[in-house]
Structures are given as structure tokens and as C-alpha cells.
Design a protein around this ligand. Sequence first.
Ligand code: NDP
Length: 311
Amino acid sequence: MSEKIEHVRCLIIGSGPAGYTAAIYASRSDLKPVVYQGLQPGGQLTITTEVDNFPGYPKGIMGSEMMDEIKQQAERFGAEIRFGVVTEVDFSNRPFIVKADDGKTLSAETVIIATGACAKWLGIESEKKFMGMGVSGCATCDGFFYRGQDVAIVGGGDTAVEEATYLAKLCKKVYMIHRRNELRACKTMQHKVENTPNIEMVWDSVPEEVLGDDSGVTGVRVRNVKSGESKDIPVTGFFVAIGHKPNTEVFEGKLELDKFKYIKTKPGTTRTSVTGVFAAGDVQDPHFRQAITAAGTGCMAAIEAERFLTS
Ligand code: NDP
């Protein structure tokens, strides 16, 4: 018995701000998009607390509520949003063949990939316990809450330095905790740290425990990996900046990825190495990683998909 294949004009993989915004635009262009939400419906914003930097919400909004509203907006124009994970793609011919874990096989004239990225975490129990109560993975998003206070950031790459210098403008003091005695960040970024008087390096050290109480984070216990000694640093904010991992496993070998496995797009567009496949949001963006930039590229991807189909 031959397998029944469902044909779609536009398949969207992923349901963060990029995927849902692509769904709004694609449905309004009559592409009748089908969205597979992936493992974390609504994306990374559903695990944050308040979002204060997305335009249009002057009083702020909870991340999960905002994602639900964007989803409803897409459904209002006919996007079909499905709970499920894409497990296999074949981009060698058009229409593309995609399989999902709901047992469906789809043939898609265009595909928009918006599977996002995951922040890496230290994996200690107290980090989880105080998530959103002083523990954050994004200084640009949450730094504002710690104005005039002392905070710590862990990591030694470009992201950690960028976030530490951003925090230093808002906070009284920033402790930068790094597991070695030299930064991985490029020299220019290293000079930024050296030239910022309120950043104090805590070298050769790893966070053992995030300290806190009912009010949230009160400090961090760090262990010096050379001496084995531990000490407590009093802070109210604890930022983790040890890298991100794009969600691209299923696309390996099917599309061009960069050396960190982010999807390569043609600058200024969402076009990938396969004509008719577009990528939007954090899955192709190691630099900005904001809900608004993800939404922006989601919009671009849907417009590009529509133009591709009608050209
Ligand atoms: P990186 O992988 O470059 O750096 C991660 C940092 O976290 C490293 O210093 C690493 O330590 C540390 N680390 C990793 N795991 C742990 C752990 N479990 N415990 C403690 N520390 C840990 O990630 P980034 O996000 O900083 O950067 C990713 C890419 O994006 C890079 O290519 C970077 O250059 C680029 N980027 C560029 C920017 C720019 O040009 N403006 C801005 C931001 C990023 P160790 O050094 O010991 O391995």
C-alpha cells in the first residue's frame, strides 16, 4: 500500500517568534502554511518570565503569553499549527519531502526553518531553581532589572564579554567568572574588559552553587579550580553566557551550516544553500538572538517564500 503524502505550499518548522511570524505572513499571502511546533512549542520565550523589550507591550508581557498571542494571530489567518517534531528532511528535489513524528509525510513547495537555538546551561541544581528569579541567559533581555546592583556572569567567549560590558553600563559591579586564566574572546573584546573598571575577573573559577532565598538570587559560590578553595560572591543577578547550540541536527548534510552548525543564509536574505528553503530566527543568527530580530527574519522568510512561488 503506498504511503499517503500531504502536499503543502509552505511548511514552517519551529514555533518561536520567527516561526509564528512567518506563519502570520505566509497565511496572509494565502500560502496555507502548516507549522510543526517542535519540542518546545512557543520556543525559548516560553521559559523566560517577563518580556519588556518587545515593541507594543508598554507594560511588558510574560513570554509564554506573548507566544500564545502570536500563535493565535497566525491561526486567525488560517495557519495550521501542529504539535509535532520534524524527524527527517529530503531537500534534494522539489517538492521537498519531510517526515514528522506524528507519522505524516509531507511534500512541501517551500520550507521555512525556524527551529531556534538553545542556550547552554551549567547544569547545576540551583541554576534551575533560580531561573527567572535572578538567573538569566540573556543580559540584553534582563540586565535592566539589575540597574545599580552587583551581578556575576559566567563564560569567557565573545558573548560573555559583550554581555559583561553591556551589564557594566547598568550595574554597579560585574564579576566575570571564567574557568581558565585567559579569555577565549578575541583580543579587541578582551581589551574592552580590561578597559571597563567595574568588571572584575574571577579567573580559574567555576560556579558551584547559586545562592538565594525566597526573594531570588543573593550570591554565587565559586570554586577556584587550581587551589580548590571556594568563596561566596554577593550578587543579585547571575548570567550564564557559555554559548548556544542551534537546533540543526536534522538538517546536517542537507543544507550548508557554518562551523558552529548555524544555518548559512545569503547576507540580507533568509535564503539558504537550497533554493526554496529559507531560515529565520536564532537558527541562523549567532549575533542578535532577540525575539524582535527573529520575528523580523520570520517575516522576511515568508515574503521570500511567497515571491519564490510566484516568480
Ligand atoms: P563560545 O563557545 O565562543 O564561548 C563559550 C565560553 O563559555 C568559553 O569561554 C568557555 O570556556 C565557557 N564555557 C563553556 N562551557 C562551560 C561550562 N560548562 N562551564 C564554564 N564555562 C564554560 O560561545 P560564545 O557564545 O561566546 O560565542 C559563539 C560564537 O559567536 C563565537 O564564534 C563568537 O566569536 C561569536 N560571537 C561573536 C560576537 C561578535 O563578533 N560581536 C558576539 C558574540 C558571539 P573555555 O574558553 O574554557 O572553553
